[in-house]
Design a protein around this ligand. Structure first.
Ligand code: ATP
Ligand code: SF4
Length: 336
């Protein structure tokens, strides 16, 4: 795990998400994909978002990018460099994309145009820069070399399909970072890759993030990758952030029953030999309609009447860890 550099208290986070709710309108009624999400991404830090499938990780990433489908209804605030993205005029917000905000996706072909050369795409992405085309080309080649593409001077003229899947993902990372964004959003960038390639991509991302000094919001299923890359982590369940804090604290002292269950099922942490990997019993609840009580109660072995009636508030654990569970309130009462 990475060493944590404490931030000076005066520095404001680059991204501050507050009370974010998001409903997708569907013929069956609204799907509440995000509920009261609050999260900070400090400058020059990597923040991981983990949780089972359907917990809202990608929705959160796309909401920050402003790339949502038309049936999405969003409320709350997303302050980026102090300005609320949700209140910004559309043209201004679009201008941030590929400049201060940049994204890499699970499938590199989502970002790469299959009928254009890597060269033209890497030059075009630098449209905010004032340099000449030749200078932009030279920067692109430099970046390709940096990410380990052999014979970059020649291969820059190739098309995306001339590269392997791992190389295409490297090229996407190179393109996203070529613009020197303040915030890179990486949505499951290693999920489609095998384990060896995943390790390479994580190391590359970490090195480039340090060099450029940008912040990263890293969405992943893979807890090992999050432990390796991230400074902080938010654990999502059924549209809510149930626990967040420094990676070291969350992994060593998980306080929410869902975080504990997620870590217990992580293949990287299972010491005994087993043929079947454990899973968290039960299913993620339907997100249709409004909800009462704790969102995790149907799968939680500690659930009580209070969990059915009341939505848990955020409890602080130590200096820098927050979790939403009534048990933390009861622990306080016992220790008081
Ligand atoms: P995965 O790890 O499988 O990508 P996730 O945690 O990223 O999952 P999301 O893709 O954000 O989860 O989905 C959250 C919920 O929102 C899911 O129930 C999904 O079906 C729903 N959803 C996402 N997009 C839409 C949409 N455009 N219209 C309706 N529902 C949607
Ligand atoms: Fe479990 Fe209740 Fe805590 Fe929810 S609030 S995680 S149901 S103990």
């Amino acid at each position: 795990m990475r060493h944590e550099d404490p931030l000076p208290s005066s520095s404001r986070p680059l991204l501050e998400i507050r009370g974010l709710d998001l409903d997708f309108g569907t013929p069956r009624g609204p799907i509440r994909a995000l509920r009261n999400v609050s999260l900070d991404v400090p400058a020059a830090q990597v923040v991981g978002i983990v949780g089972e499938s359907g917990s809202g990780k990608s929705t959160l990433a796309y909401t920050v990018m402003g790339l949502l489908s038309e049936n999405a209804d969003v409320t709350g605030s997303i302050l980026f460099e102090g300005r609320d993205l949700l209140k910004m005029p559309a043209a201004e917000r679009r201008n941030l994309l590929g400049d201060r905000l940049s994204m890499i996706c699970q499938d590199p072909m989502t970002s790469l145009n299959p009928v254009r050369t890597i060269e033209s795409q890497m030059i075009d992405i630098q449209h905010h820069e004032k340099e000449s085309r030749g200078e932009k080309r030279a920067r692109a080649i430099e970046m390709l070399k940096r990410i380990g593409i052999p014979d970059a001077d020649r291969r820059i003229s190739a098309y995306p399909h001339h590269f392997s899947g791992g190389m295409r993902q490297r090229i996407c990372i190179a393109m996203a970072l070529l613009v020197r964004p303040a915030l890179l959003i990486a949505d499951e960038p290693t999920t489609a890759l095998d384990a060896t390639l995943e390790v390479q991509i994580i190391h590359l991302l970490r090195d480039l993030q340090k060099e450029i000094g940008c912040s990263v919001l890293f969405v992943s299923h893979h807890l090992g990758a999050v432990a390796e890359l991230c400074d902080r982590v938010a654990v999502m369940y059924a549209g809510e952030v149930v626990e967040r804090g420094a990676v070291r604290d969350i992994f060593h002292n998980p306080s929410h029953p869902y975080t504990r269950a997620l870590l217990e099922c992580d293949p990287g942490r299972i010491k005994r030999r087993t043929r079947t990997l454990p899973t968290i019993p039960g299913e993620v609840p339907s997100l249709l309609g409004s909800k009462r009580g704790c969102i995790f109660r149907t799968r939680c072995r500690h659930a009580s009447d209070r969990c059915v009636q009341e939505i848990p508030v955020e409890y602080h654990i130590g200096v820098d860890q927050i979790a939403r569970c009534h048990l933390l309130d009861e622990e306080r009462l016992v220790s008081a």
